[in-house]
Design a protein around this ligand. Structure first.
Ligand SMILES: *Cc1c(COP(=O)(O)O)cnc(C)c1O
Length: 433
C-alpha cells in the first residue's frame, strides 16, 4: 500500500486523491470524522484547532504495533501537542510521556500518565524540575551534560532517592532534515558526544545517588528516511557493548522521536519500515526499547480552521488575508514549513496563485506562499492541514491576540478541549506600577 493512499497510517494532506483519514470531503464539505467542519466553526467561531481522536488512536496503534515483536514503551513527546485531552487519550491507550519541562511533567501527571512511564529529556533541567520528577518517580532522566548529571546526583541525595538515568548521546549523524530541527550532529547543543559518553558513564556508576539504566539519543525531527535512525542506533550499540563489557547495565534503549510525516510531497517510511530498521540495528538482547514519537502521532490528526477576511491585490502578488496568523501557527514563519491549505467548502471557481497571510504586523506572517486556491469571499473558511503537531503548543499572544480554542472530535461528537482566551486572559497577572 502506498503511503499516500487512503488507509495509510500516515494521513497525507487532503488533495483530490490523497485522502487524509477521518478528514474528507463529503460532497463539497470538509468533514472531521462525522461532523462538517463548518458546523463546528459556526459554534466556536474562528480561528480554532480541530483534532480527530480516531486519527490519534489509529496513529498510536499503528506505531506501537510496528514494534510488537520487541519489548517496548512508546513515550509520546508531549511538546508536539500537550493538550490534556490528547495526553489522556494516549495515556489510556498505554502511552508514556517524553517531557522536557516541569510544566510538561505537570500536564502528563494531570492527564493520568504515571511517573513510571515518563522520561525526562531536555538540556536545561532546573533543580526544582529535577526534584518534582524524582518525587513523581519518573522512569529515567535523559542527561545532557556532566554538570546536569552531578546536579541530579546532588538533588537525589537531598531527597534520599536514587535517580535512574540514561545519557543522551549525540551520535553525530546527519538526519537530513531542516537545520533548525536537527539535533544529533556535532555542532548541536544536544547530548553528550559519543566519544565522551563511556567516560561519563564510568563516572556516573560511581555516584551514590545515580542509577545507570539506559542509553538515549534523539537526532532530529521530520526525518523522511530510516537510514539516519539505523545509523544512530548502530553507533549507540557500539557504546552499549562497551558499557556491558564493563558491567554497566543498559536496561533501556531510547531512540528518541523524529519520524516525519507528509505535509506536501514527502515520502517518509511507514512505521513498519522504520521499526524494522531500528530493530535490525539493535540486534538481539532483552533491552526495553523506548520510542518518543511526537509529530507522527498528532501531526496529521489536526487542522487549523480560519476565516477569510479580505482579498488584496499587491503589486506583484495577491493575498488572502485570514484571521489566523503566525502567533497561532508559527511553523511556516519559523521553519519555512509547507502547510497545505484547502477550502472548507469546495468552490467551483477559478484557481489563482496567492499567499495566505495573517493579520500580524510582520512580513513573515504567512501560512502559505504561492499557493493555488479558488477565489475566497470574505467570511469563507479555509483549513490549514497537518497542523496537529507544533501548532497550538507554539502559539503565542503576540499582537495581543488571545490564543484560539482547541476542539476534539470523536465520531459525531465534539468537545472544546481548550477554550478561546479572552481579553481578560491577555492581561491576567499584570499590574500597574
Ligand atoms: C521533540 C522531541 C521528540 C519528538 O520529536 P518528533 O519529531 O515530534 O517525533 C522526541 N524526543 C525529544 C528529546 C525531543 O526533543
Amino acid at each position: 500500500m502506498g503511503i499516500l493512499e487512503a488507509g495509510s497510517p500516515y494521513q497525507s494532506p487532503l488533495k483530490e486523491k490523497r485522502i487524509m483519514n477521518f478528514f474528507e470531503y463529503r460532497g463539497q464539505e470538509l468533514y472531521c470524522e462525522d461532523i462538517p467542519v463548518q458546523k463546528i466553526a459556526e459554534k466556536v467561531g474562528t480561528p480554532f484547532y480541530l483534532y480527530s481522536a480516531s486519527t490519534i488512536e489509529r496513529h498510536f496503534n499503528v506505531f506501537s504495533e510496528a514494534f510488537a515483536q520487541v519489548h517496548h514503551l512508546v513515550c509520546y513527546s508531549v511538546k508536539a501537542n500537550s493538550n490534556l485531552a490528547v495526553l489522556k487519550l494516549l495515556g489510556e491507550m498505554g502511552a508514556g510521556a517524553d517531557i522536557v519541562s516541569g510544566g510538561e511533567l505537570f500536564r502528563a501527571l494531570r492527564a493520568g500518565i504515571p511517573g513510571e512511564r515518563i522520561v525526562f529529556s531536555g538540556v536545561g533541567k532546573r533543580v526544582d524540575e529535577i526534584s518534582d520528577a524524582l518525587a513523581a518517580g519518573v522512569l529515567m532522566f535523559n542527561v545532557e551534560s556532566r554538570e546536569e548529571l552531578f546536579t541530579i546526583n546532588e538533588t537525589a541525595g537531598q531527597m534520599g532517592r536514587r535517580a535512574p538515568i540514561a545519557l543522551r548521546v549525540n551520535p553525530d549523524v546527519d538526519p537530513k532534515t531542516h537545520p533548525y530541527i536537527s539535533t544529533g550532529m556535532k555542532k548541536n547543543k544536544f547530548g553528550i558526544p559519543i566519544s565522551e559518553a563511556l567516560l561519563l558513564y564510568r563516572e556516573a556508576v560511581e555516584l551514590e545517588w545515580i542509577e545507570v539504566v539506559g542509553v538515549d539519543c534523539h537526532i532530529g525531527s521530520q526525518l523522511t528516511t530510516s537510514e539516519p535512525f539505523a545509523e544512530a542506533v548502530t553507533r549507540l550499540m557500539g557504546l552499549v557493548r562497551e558499557m556491558e563489557a564493563e558491567g554497566i547495565p543498559v536496561r533501556y534503549f531510547d531512540v528518541g522521536g523524529g519520524l516525519g510525516i507528509v505535509y506536501n510531497e514527502e515520502e517518509p517510511p511507514l512505521p513498519a519500515n522504520y521499526a524494522e530498521a531500528i530493530i535490525d540495528a539493535l540486534g538481539a538482547g532483552d533491552r526495553i526499547l523506548i520510542l518518543e514519537p511526537g509529530r507522527v502521532i498528532v501531526g496529521n490528526a489536526g487542522i487549523l480552521v480560519t476565516r477569510t477576511l479580505y482579498n488584496k491585490r499587491g503589486a506583484t502578488k495577491n493575498f488572502i488575508i485570514v484571521d489566523a496568523g503566525m502567533n497561532d501557527l508559527i511553523r511556516p514563519s519559523l521553519y519555512d514549513a509547507y502547510q497545505e491549505v484547502v477550502p472548507v467548502v469546495k468552490k467551483d471557481r477559478e484557481q489563482t496563485v496567492v499567499d495566505v497571510v495573517g493579520p500580524i504586523c510582520e512580513s513573515t506572517d504567512f501560512l502559505a506562499r504561492d499557493h493555488k486556491l479558488p477565489a475566497m469571499a470574505p467570511g469563507e473558511l479555509l483549513a490549514v492541514l497537518s497542523a496537529g503537531a507544533y501548532g497550538f503548543p507554539m502559539a503565542s499572544q503576540y499582537n495581543s491576540r488571545p490564543r484560539v480554542p482547541e476542539v476534539m472530535v470523536k465520531g459525531d461528537r465534539y468537545e472544546v478541549i481548550r477554550e478561546r482566551e479572552s481579553y481578560e486572559d491577555l492581561v491576567r497577572g499584570e499590574k500597574f506600577f
